[in-house]
Design a protein around this ligand. Structure first.
Ligand SMILES: Nc1ncnc2c1ncn2[C@@H]1O[C@H](COP(=O)(O)OP(=O)(O)OP(=O)(O)O)[C@@H](O)[C@H]1O
Ligand SMILES: [Mg+2]
Length: 247
């Protein structure tokens, strides 16, 4: 079992604290649902784990790994930004060309991930013509071919219809059975809840809840409702208890 441990991880963007002393862990075979309002720091947390933004604090990785990015693969909301090959096959191979594998190894990996994500029959297709769900599965396949131990899925179903969401969800279930650790940052709580084992609720860059998925979702929904009500009342010029300020 592999584990990534975060200790007091903090990220600042132009003097603003975006992640505020985050301490938690991620381990193999566990899917973690990362929830929180817009701008709370979900993507930033995933990007720190992908090794693409600077942080202060400590990220502890297992022996044999030099840095956290050696363990992780980040998949974006919009698969189009991640797909570069002119065929499905090329897209998977492209990512493998830079890591010094033999031709046979590359082909073996590409065949394996395409099979796993049920894209083998579309090997020679131009990715442009794939459905949204197929595109997102291709983005996941290409990332998976690099054999990350942890997949960081950032709003990967946001642009998909019901079928596309279902396809991606099945893919996530499969990744779990492969023993991968998975982080899902999403606003689509109910889509991912059934496959997640733990929930992290972030607000203003801090973890305000960590634990059971259903408890986390309940708390998040209550908090979102309160936020909405307080903004609505404020907009209407009323106090939080509904009374009107007499000028
Ligand atoms: N490159 C950047 N430069 C400056 N500020 C940034 C940058 N990226 C993100 N931020 C800020 O960091 C904060 C957290 O952003 P982040 O994208 O992590 O939020 P999020 O929880 O993923 O939101 P959403 O639900 O909208 O995806 C926001 O205030 C955002 O404006
Ligand atoms: Mg985000």
């Amino acid at each position: 079992m592999l584990e990534i441990i975060l200790r007091n991880v903090t990220v600042n963007f132009s003097n603003k604290v975006v992640l505020d002393s985050i301490s938690t862990y991620f381990k193999s075979k566990e899917a973690v649902l990362v929830v929180g309002p817009n701008g709370s720091g979900k993507s930033t947390l995933l990007k720190v784990l992908a090794g693409i933004i600077e942080y202060s604090g400590e990220i502890i990785v297992p022996e044999n790994y030099l840095e956290v990015s050696d363990l992780t693969g980040y998949v974006f909301q919009n698969p189009e930004t991640q797909i570069i090959g002119s065929t499905v096959w090329e897209d998977v191979i492209f990512g493998l060309e830079n890591i010094g594998l033999s031709k046979d190894e590359m082909e073996e990996r590409a065949n394996y991930v395409l099979e796993l994500l049920e894209l083998s029959h579309l090997k020679d297709f131009d990715p442009y013509y794939l459905s949204g769900g197929q595109k997102q599965r291709l983005a996941i396949a290409s990332m998976l071919a690099l054999e990350p131990e942890f997949l960081l899925l950032d709003e990967v179903t946001a642009m998909l219809d019901k079928n596309g969401k279902k396809e991606v969800l099945l893919a996530v279930e499969k990744l779990k059975t492969l023993g991968k650790g998975i982080l899902v940052a999403t606003h689509e709580l109910n889509v991912f809840a059934p496959v997640c084992d733990r929930c992290i609720f972030i607000e203003d860059g801090r973890i305000i809840f960590e634990g059971d998925v259903h408890d986390g979702i309940k708390l998040y929904k209550e908090s979102a409702k309160n936020q909405y009500l307080s903004e609505k009342l404020q907009f209407e010029g009323r106090n939080l208890d509904g009374s009107v300020e007499i000028q």
